[in-house]
Design a protein around this ligand. Structure first.
Ligand SMILES: Nc1nc2c(ncn2[C@@H]2O[C@H](COP(=O)(O)OP(=O)(O)OP(=O)(O)O)[C@@H](O)[C@H]2O)c(=O)[nH]1
Ligand SMILES: [Mg+2]
Length: 460
């Protein structure tokens, strides 16, 4: 069973910690107004104010009868509120202390400190949004690029939830027909044959399939891509990182072995959140610190989604280059033939080593080849902005449920196609409905809810 909404009153700071213009403390639940009446001093009592209005005043510590902060108080009366409960927001001065003092007064006056995501959890438990939408709030907060935020917002608007609901309605209709057919087998109902059911199920199967495919494509928006710059010392890895980041992020120097530790930089490439990792040049060395750096570079070679293998193509390949390419057992990588601005540039001498791979010619010092490099990266992540526009941003929970729903539906359709009996198919179809229900948050237990909302920040 789905949990009931709790009936206590919660409070939390809704803005990030630190110095800032404002700090917002929110409070939600049945006692919000009685607590606010006790701690707020302004032109009138909050409980007497019209809903969706803002009032100037002070938060008072009722014990000491002294002002805690000057605030604007926003009044939201149930049910047209974020949580569907009575809700109050105090906008006080930003900073480490004022918000904490307001919160302290609210807690001492009867509110409880909210758990992470509890405001959004209440919006869900009170039926304002479904679980897909609640999770989209979390995605929106965590979004690292515009494209990811837009996708989360679409999900928050309920577009995906509507689609899932349509699937459920269609399946429930078919299950109901099957049950009716079973009840009236004697009389025989001519329209209720497997092909009638199949005609209704196939479009759901196709639409679910499309949703799963598009969710694979949008996964990269949510999780981002980790791309490592690898190569022997001095080939220009740090210079390339600076070119990709459009700033002087890493130290560049003519001496070999400049970069000792891995350096990360987040970049938005046409909506895809990419983390570029600059690494220490891979070579045999007796220097202890450099050896640790090389070990980290090797780890990056395994961990990164895409390795960018950099060569200094103004010199001929040597053993260090050959050793490195020997370790590339695998996967998509991009070979970068750097330093194309130099007279001695000879990319052909690398042809054998890079045979069959994607190659890009660059000059990190002159900024040449950046577009080609970005294109190669987007090709590997199969980025297509048009498809991203309609996709669902799935997390692991949602991905699992979509796949389980699809598997049940496929089984049910298989049973009908083989003429094994509609009552058998109904069992699978019911499973599918159940999985889709859990996806949008119907009939789920506390453990799942706690897991979903524990990943939120406090105050959301
Ligand atoms: N002419 C030219 N010089 C470059 C280019 N890229 C890098 N360099 C120079 O090559 C030298 C080494 O560059 P880095 O970016 O520090 O090379 P790295 O691969 O990070 O080196 P390590 O950190 O020592 O492994 C510096 O003097 C750079 O200015 C390029 O495309 N053309
Ligand atoms: Mg470097």
């Amino acid at each position: 069973m789905t949990s009931q909404a709790p009936n206590d009153t919660i409070a939390a700071i809704g803005t990030p910690p630190g110095e800032g213009g404002l700090c917002v403390v929110r409070m939600s639940g049945p006692d919000s107004f009685s607590i606010a009446d006790r701690v707020f001093s302004g032109a009138g009592q909050p409980s007497a104010c019209r809903t969706h209005t803002i009032h100037h005043g002070y938060v008072i510590d009722p014990r000491r009868r002294e002002r805690v902060d000057e605030v604007l108080l926003s009044v939201f009366k149930a049910p047209r509120t974020y949580t569907r409960e009575d809700l109050i927001e105090f906008s006080g001065h930003g900073g480490m202390v004022p918000g904490a003092m307001i919160l302290d007064v609210l807690i001492r006056s009867g509110a409880r400190l909210a758990e992470p995501g509890e405001f959004t959890k209440r919006a869900f438990l009170n039926g304002r949004i479904d679980l897909l939408q609640a999770e989209a709030v979390g995605e929106l907060i965590r979004a690292r690029t515009d494209a990811c935020a837009r996708a989360a917002l679409r999900q928050l608007n309920g577009t995906c939830s509507q689609q899932i609901d349509e699937f459920r309605v269609n399946l429930i209709q078919v299950i109901a027909f099957i049950e009716v057919t079973l009840d009236f087998t004697e009389e025989g109902i001519p329209d209720m044959e497997p092909r009638t059911f199949l005609a209704q199920l196939h479009p759901v199967q196709e639409a679910l399939d499309r949703l799963i495919k598009s969710s694979h494509e949008t996964r990269v928006l949510r999780d981002g891509v980790r791309i490592a710059l690898l190569g022997k010392p001095n080939v220009g890895k740090s210079s390339l990182l600076n070119m990709l980041a459009s700033r002087d992020r890493a130290i560049v120097h003519p001496e070999s072995g400049t970069t000792r530790d891995t350096i990360e930089e987040s970049v938005d490439i046409r909506g895809v959140p990419v983390t570029f990792v600059d690494t220490a040049g891979i070579r045999m060395t007796s220097d202890w610190v450099e050896r640790q750096g090389v070990a980290r570079s090797r780890k990056e070679l395994d961990q990164a989604d895409i390795p960018l293998v950099v060569f200094d193509a103004s010199c001929r390949p040597d053993d260090d280059d050959r050793n490195l390419t020997g370790q590339l057992s695998r996967r998509d990588c991009v070979f970068i033939l750097n330093k194309c601005d130099l007279d001695t540039y000879d990319p052909d001498s690398y042809a054998e080593m890079t045979a069959g791979g994607r190659c890009v010619r660059t000059s990190a010092t002159e900024g040449t080849g950046l577009d080609d490099l970005l294109e190669s990266i987007l090709e590997i992540v199969q980025y297509d902005p048009a498809r991203f526009e309609s996709g669902l941003v799935v997390n692991a929970r949602q991905g699992d449920l979509l796949n389980q729903a699809k598997a049940s539906l496929d089984r049910g359709i298989g049973v009908l196609e083989e003429g094994l009996g509609a009552e058998m198919a109904a069992i699978d179809l019911r499973d599918c409905v159940r999985h889709l229900g859990v996806l949008v948050g119907k009939e789920i237990g506390d453990a799942v809810l706690d897991h979903v909302f524990s990943r939120f920040c406090i105050g959301k």
